[in-house]
Design a protein around this ligand. Structure first.
Ligand code: MG
Length: 285
């Protein structure tokens, strides 16, 4: 199933797309966080079947980011594709990893950007604006001390996050938090693809275009740190609550990976696509 958040007649709702994706069937939850918390994936089909509201044509609704207000900061993986690690280290030696452990950081998100929303360029603060197309894993039930072989059971679904990054801000501080967390730096969507629709671990084509030009083109089975191992490691010390968003890192082809670098400017259109989930199309403001 594909779950979406949408606005209809002035109200934000959640629902499931019909098979032909031309309409959305509203579900009886206040928002996506509540749905994830209260409706186990195993019960979602029955809930959708028993929902009484008629499907609403997609032409009558405004599509919003599936989780407009994450309850916690996003957990992000840095350097999870070898080709991206290589290009980042070429841009700035500080990016090179000498240790074999995963690199984790958090990303503050007050409001995710809608699938067709604007990415603010923060003039005066940011000169090196960049994109990072990433598969985001959404946790469905409290996860503590998960073994890697059981990790798939705690995943509710997947979406796309563009981990927009201010490279100048990111590298001038010792931590990446500020340069990754500016307002409007987390476009998300267009839907949550439920985990039962995807073989685990997911092997999905991931590609990015900027103004129509193909920049990133890879597959989510190229991870250095597999999702199952990451969930085992994180849950050994952190209880991952329902609605937790884990953004799994980006492949090669970001702006800083080019020589000379090709950063984003107002008017640029960034399209992030992941097979089976869809495309985010965001314009730099
Ligand atoms: Mg990233």
């Amino acid at each position: 199933m594909k779950l979406i958040t949408f606005r209809y007649e002035g109200t934000e709702r959640v629902g499931v797309l019909t098979a032909d994706e031309t309409a959305v069937k509203p579900l009886p939850y206040a928002d996506m966080n509540t749905l994830i918390e209260r409706c186990p994936l195993s019960e979602l089909s029955a809930v959708a079947a028993s929902a009484t509201e008629a499907p609403i044509p997609m032409t009558h609704v405004t599509l919003l980011a599936p989780i407009p207000h994450p309850r916690q900061d996003l957990i992000c993986l840095g350097m999870n594709y070898q080709d991206h690690l290589d290009e980042a280290a070429q841009y700035d030696a500080g990016f090179s990893l000498e240790k074999p452990e995963a690199s984790y950081f958090s990303k503050r998100v007050g409001r995710t950007v809608d699938p067709d929303g604007m990415i603010p360029s923060h003039p005066g603060l940011v000169e090196r604006l960049d994109y990072e197309n990433e598969l985001a894993v959404i946790i469905g039930k409290p996860a503590r001390n998960i073994r890697s072989q059981d990790a798939a059971d705690c995943i509710f679904g997947y979406t796309i996050v563009n981990d927009v990054s201010a490279r100048d801000v990111q590298t001038q501080h010792k931590q990446w938090f500020f340069g990754k967390s500016l307002d409007g730096f987390a476009p998300m969507g267009p839907c949550i693809l439920t985990a039962d629709e995807v073989a685990f671990p997911p092997a999905l084509r991931i590609s990015t275009r900027v103004n129509g030009e193909l920049r990133q083109n890879s597959c989510t089975d190229h991870f250095i740190y597999p999702i199952a191992d990451v969930l085992e490691e994180l849950s050994s010390g952190i209880t991952l609550l329902p609605g937790t968003i884990l953004s799994t890192g980006t492949p090669a082809g970001v702006g800083m990976g080019f020589d000379p670098p090709r950063f984003l400017h107002p008017g640029d259109v960034v399209e992030c696509t992941i097979e089976g989930i869809g495309t985010l199309t965001n314009t730099v403001q």
